[in-house]
Design a protein around this ligand. Structure first.
Ligand SMILES: *[C@@H]1O[C@H](CO)[C@@H](O)[C@H](O)[C@H]1NC(C)=O
Length: 291
């Protein structure tokens, strides 16, 4: 059956107007600055899309103009497709100095058809060594997916498309430092790490496939505390915050959240420092035995 020209005429203005509505959501120039890569990082599509690229000469990166002290931050990312072995797309919050705090997502590329590894870590006061790694339940190069960090004074939760994959609780009462005093900037970069990234460095970057490109859209930090002039101001733009106060600042996982977290950890976790007894002959880190 042929598509009649009348229905096409009706459809076109509709498509055009919905495009305009969507494209008014752009914010990359407002929220971020490109920090390196000599033209390899680009802000496109009316400010709606940011792309990073990597070739043999250089990678590229950007960081948020704001510093945050707690927040619930979402970004949609589409990772380097095809043979991405040796490439690393890092997406993290980090403070400065030698006793820095950091909350890390790192996507380790792979040969076409082999799974990306999502590497996570939490640093507090300069100390990390808290790696957990996952494979994903979808192909992260086929489309955009949402990667979220909930960071409040009680916990850090890493989520993928709304599914929690990792929780790091505030266990200061048991003597484990927790990131809560140092504002952090959101940073992302695409770089070559073929000395370690893919199968521990066995698979090298295939430069004949360069440039490698990762894409970002729909950044959301509407629920966050922005640090400025020595103090932080918190906002909560979610209509669901009943009392009008920033409910994300107290958010915790409910029983469904824990159920999904366990599902991911059981089926998709490929490395857990808390299960690596050989690495910690003196005993596992305190947070591993206090959950
Ligand atoms: C790459 O694929 C291999 C084989 O499936 C897998 O063992 C590995 O975890 C994947 N990820 C990386 C980054 O090496």
């Amino acid at each position: 059956m042929a598509f009649s020209s009348t229905s096409l005429m009706l459809l076109i203005p509709l498509l055009v107007s919905s495009y305009i509505v969507l494209s008014s959501a752009g914010n990359f120039n407002k929220d971020f600055q490109i920090t390196w890569g000599d033209g390899r990082a680009k802000i496109l599509n009316n400010d709606n899309l940011l792309t990073l690229s990597l070739d043999k000469a250089s990678g590229s990166g950007f960081e948020s103009k704001n510093e945050y002290l707690f927040g619930k931050i979402d970004m949609q990312i589409k990772l380097v497709p095809g043979n991405s072995a040796g490439t690393v797309t890092a997406y993290y919050l980090s403070s400065k100095g030698s006793t820095w705090d950091e909350i890390d997502f790192e996507f380790l590329g792979n040969l076409s058809g082999d799974p990306y590894t999502l590497h996570t870590n939490v640093f507090s006061q300069g100390k990390g060594n808290r790696e957990q790694q996952f494979h994903l339940w979808f192909d992260p190069t086929a489309d955009f997916h949402t990667y979220s960090i909930l960071w409040n004074p009680q916990r850090i939760v890493f989520s993928v498309d709304g599914t929690p994959i990792r929780e790091f609780k505030n266990l200061e009462s048991a003597g484990v430092p927790f990131p809560k005093n140092q504002p952090m900037r959101l940073t992302s970069s695409l770089w070559n790490a073929d000395d370690w990234a893919t199968r521990g460095g066995l698979v090298k970057t295939d430069w004949s496939k360069a440039p490698f490109t990762a894409s970002y859209r729909n950044f959301n930090a509407n629920n966050a505390c922005v640090w400025s002039g020595g103090k932080s101001s918190c906002k909560s733009n979610s209509p669901s915050s009943a009392s009008g106060s920033a409910s994300w600042l107290k958010q915790e996982l409910d029983s469904t959240g824990y159920q999904r977290l366990r599902w991911v950890q059981k089926n998709y976790m490929v490395y857990n420092y808390c299960a690596d007894k050989k690495r910690f002959p003196q005993g596992l880190p305190t947070e591993c035995t206090h959950s």
